[in-house]
Structures are given as C-alpha cells and as structure tokens.
Write a protein that binds this ligand. Structure first.
Ligand code: CTP
Length: 449
C-alpha cells in the first residue's frame, strides 16, 4: 500500500540541517566506496553510513565478504565523511532508520536504480553514478582462486558445481573417476575443464579435492590427496574404521591441510543456533534427543551408514562425546534385509534415540526434551533453516527461522575458504575428535547381530 508523503524532517520542522544516509557492505574498501561516501556527504550537512552486519549479509546470501564488520566500519570511519556509523542488521531496516534518524536524502549507487523508489514516501532518494571499473567482487576475483577436483563413481555432483559459484575464490576444475566414461560424461554435464581416470595425474591439478565415491574407497583417496598437501572434503562417513580415521587426521595435521567431513548440518546457521541455545539452557537440562529419519528422504536416498552418521553428528553436537553405551535393535525382513531400527545412545544424564526406516516411512523430525521444555525441528532436520521451542512458563511456541539457500553446500565451502585463509589445521565446525567418536559409535552399531 502506498503511504502518504509526510515530508522530510527538515521540510516539516523548517530546521535547515540536511541529513543524508547511505548503506553498503564496504568490503575490501575501494575508490568507488570513498567516492560515494564523499558525494553523499556533499549532499547534506550530516551523514549517516549504514554498514551491513555479517549475519545480515549471510542472511541475504552474500557469503563472499572478506573483511570483518569492525574492519569495514573502521574503513568508513577513516574517510572522515561519516558523522555517524550504524549497522544494518535486517531487511526492512532502511524505512525504520529513515524515520528514526529524520533522514532527508537516501543515497545509493546507480546499480540500485529503481530498487529504493519505495522509500520516496519517506525521503528523497538519489541514485549516484557508480565509479567505473571497480567493485569488491572484482577485487575478490583478482585474489587467489582455489581449484576443486571431484572424485566420483557416478555422474552426480551433489550440487557442488552450482553451490561453489556463490563462494568467491572457488572454481570446480576437474573430475576423476576410475571409469573414464563416467568422468567424461561428468565433465561434459557440468562443463568442467578436464577429466581423467589416472588418480596421480588428476591430483597434480586441484587445490581442494571433493571425494564422493562409495565408502569403500574414500579413505584410500583421502590419504593420497592429503599426502600431496591437498585440502579434502569427503562425504561422510570417511571410513568405518576408527584407527584409519585417526591416521587420516594425523596426516592432515602433519601436512597442514584440513580434512572436512561433509556433514552439512554443522555448517547451517539454524542448527548451530539450536545447539548454542540448547547449551545455553533454553530448555533446561536435556534429558532426551530423538532423531527420526527415513532413509529414502535423506539426500535423495543414501546408505544406512551415511544416513545414521548425520543423526549421530546431531546427537554429539547436542549431548557431547561422553556416550556410555550404544544399542541397536534392527528389524529385518524374511531375507535378512534391513527395514527399521531404533538405536539408543546412553549418556550420563540423557538418552538419545535414532529411529531410522529403510523401506518403511518414519516421520523426519528432531526433538530435544529438557527439564524446562522442548525444541522441535519438524521435517528434514538435517537440512533446515527452522526450529521451534516450547518453554515452561511461556504459553506460546517460539519460532526460529533462518535463511537457507541452495542445498547448503555453499556454507561448508565458505567455511573451508575461511579455514584456508586462516591457515587452520583443523575443522572448527566438527572437531576431529568428534568425527572419531562418531565413527566409534557407527562401528558399534554395525557390529550388531
Ligand atoms: N559503489 C559505487 N561505485 C562502485 C562500487 C560501489 O558507487 N564502483 C557504491 C554502491 O552502489 C553502493 C555502495 O558503494 O551504494 C556500497 O557498495 P557495496 O555493495 O558495498 O560495494 P561493491 O563494490 O558494489 O560490492 P560487491 O561487488 O560485493 O557487490
């Protein structure tokens, strides 16, 4: 609905100080930023500059920002033109700022032409010509590009090719498969630069190797890639042998590279928020974590171990590594084929259960029960941007919702880029020790009957 124009602050009050506001991320501060801030100041007497917060940029899918918020604020401050710097934290804040700060003119670059016309109900909107031939995106692309190579035995990329385009500094370059025809088809399908079935030769190219072969061969490929100093992302689990896994992590540390297990859950904002809030006493002492999952619904239908690994990961993140006892109660059909299982993981003061259905449908849901309430992640909890909490003393359900783009792979890739630039030797979203406990538990489950 179009609002009536009430006049700007100075028009209404006759007060002559003209107040201007402009917004931006101001990442990798450049001449274009300097120019627009300077020209914005020239349009009035008092200039407010809004700098986007990290969480707002992530929320709107801008994952490639390099400088911290503090650094970006400092760069704006150093221009000497800003009388006040504020933080832009959410969509829709501009209207509220214009009213709150009595703004007369909103200034943005010409790349936004027309996009902020709706604000003309509140103040004058001026689109200033962008400075030519410079942008943060351009500067980022001049930085180091990390090439990714994929190791596969089918022609599905799990979304990495599209997802990598949302993270700056990444390029999916090549593909390896033992079956040359598969590699060729994959290469053509995703328009990569090269393919091959000679692993040693393939390894010479990329900086990052993504391993998505069947479980049997993963550890061998990971070991060779790490030995050549490559960063590795591997589908989970990487192996079912705890000793092998420990060996791989040792080698990754020795070679100063990071071995990232593709358990997307730990890279999702919603899940991390859920863990922090739960650890922060949202529902009191946690007594139960229940994860239910239908194998068919999980990532297009994955193996038992891959499916269960995600549930164990969620439980470790919520309850920790001190799992005392694991029991499995698999139900099979007359031919011994797996149908259904309820796995229990006993903790000192809590019990976790994983309900998994193969040919039978179970409700995909994660429920945390605590002494003061419960948290529920309805539907596909391993791939979510939403959860809700019902807490004692509060009759209303509290809903938590976070933006979630694509299939989530971009969040893992973005985190990997940070690990590389910070020269980390361990993945900080899922610690090596946590992965090791996960495989210990998986091994126990596989030893059943
Ligand atoms: N801007 C400009 N001239 C440029 C680059 C940016 O006038 N060459 C303006 C934008 O139009 C915007 C403000 O500076 O009003 C902040 O832009 P921001 O998005 O932070 O900078 P970009 O360089 O456009 O960043 P990116 O490439 O990440 O989109």
């Amino acid at each position: 609905m179009k609002q009536a124009y009430y006049g700007s602050f100075s028009e209404r009050t006759g007060y002559i100080m003209k107040r201007v506001i402009t917004y931006g991320t101001f990442d990798l501060f450049h001449q274009g930023h300097y120019n627009i801030i300077k020209r914005a100041k020239e349009l009035g007497d008092y200039l407010i500059v809004g700098v986007t917060s990290e969480s707002y940029d992530i929320e709107r899918g801008k994952l490639n920002v390099r400088d911290s918020l503090l650094q970006r604020i400092e760069n704006v401050r150093k221009t000497g033109f800003a009388d006040e710097i504020i933080i832009e934290e959410y969509q829709g804040q501009k209207v509220s700022d214009i009213i709150k700060y009595n703004i007369d003119v909103l200034v943005v670059g010409s790349d936004w032409r027309g996009k902020f016309d709706y604000l003309k109900n509140y103040c004058d909107v001026q689109y200033l010509e962008r400075t030519k031939n410079i942008s943060s995106t351009q500067i980022r692309s001049e930085g180091t590009i990390y090439n990714i190579g994929i190791v596969t035995d089918d022609i599905y990329d799990n979304g990495i090719v599209v997802e990598s385009k949302y993270v700056s500094g990444l390029h999916v370059e090549s593909v390896f498969s033992e079956d040359e025809q598969v590699a060729k088809e994959f290469c053509e399908k995703y328009e990569l630069d090269s393919y091959g079935n000679d692993f040693d030769r393939f390894l010479c190219g990329p900086d990052i190797i993504y391993i998505k072969t069947s479980l049997k061969k993963r550890a061998e490929y990971i070991e060779k890639a790490i030995a050549l100093g490559k960063y590795v992302i591997s589908d989970s689990p990487m192996t079912l042998h705890p000793e092998t896994l420990r060996g791989l992590f040792r080698k990754a540390i020795e070679n100063k590279v990071v071995l990232v297990e593709k358990l997307m859950l730990v890279y999702l904002r919603a899940f991390n928020q859920l863990v922090w809030l739960t650890h922060g006493d949202l529902v009191g002492n946690v007594v139960s974590v229940k994860c239910s999952i239908s194998q068919d619904d999980f990532d297009g239908g994955k193996s038992f171990n891959e499916t269960v690994a995600h549930a164990i990961c969620a439980i470790i993140k919520l309850l920790g590594k001190e799992c005392l006892e694991v029991t499995s109660n698999a139900v099979t059909d007359a031919n011994g084929k797996f149908i259904y299982d309820v796995i229990t993981m006993k903790y000192p003061t809590a019990l976790a259960t994983i309900e998994i259905g193969s040919t039978v449908d179970v409700e995909n849901e994660l429920v945390i029960i605590g002494s003061k309430g419960r948290v529920t992640v309805p539907s596909d909890w391993w791939n979510t941007g939403y959860f809700e909490a019902k807490v004692e003393g509060n009759e209303f359900l509290k809903r938590y919702s976070f933006n979630f783009e694509g299939n989530g792979f971009r969040y893992l890739l973005q985190e990997l880029m940070i690990m590389i630039s910070d020269k980390r030797t361990e993945c900080t979203r899922l610690f090596y020790e946590e992965s090791e406990v996960l495989v210990d538990i998986l091994k126990k489950i596989n030893q059943r009957g």
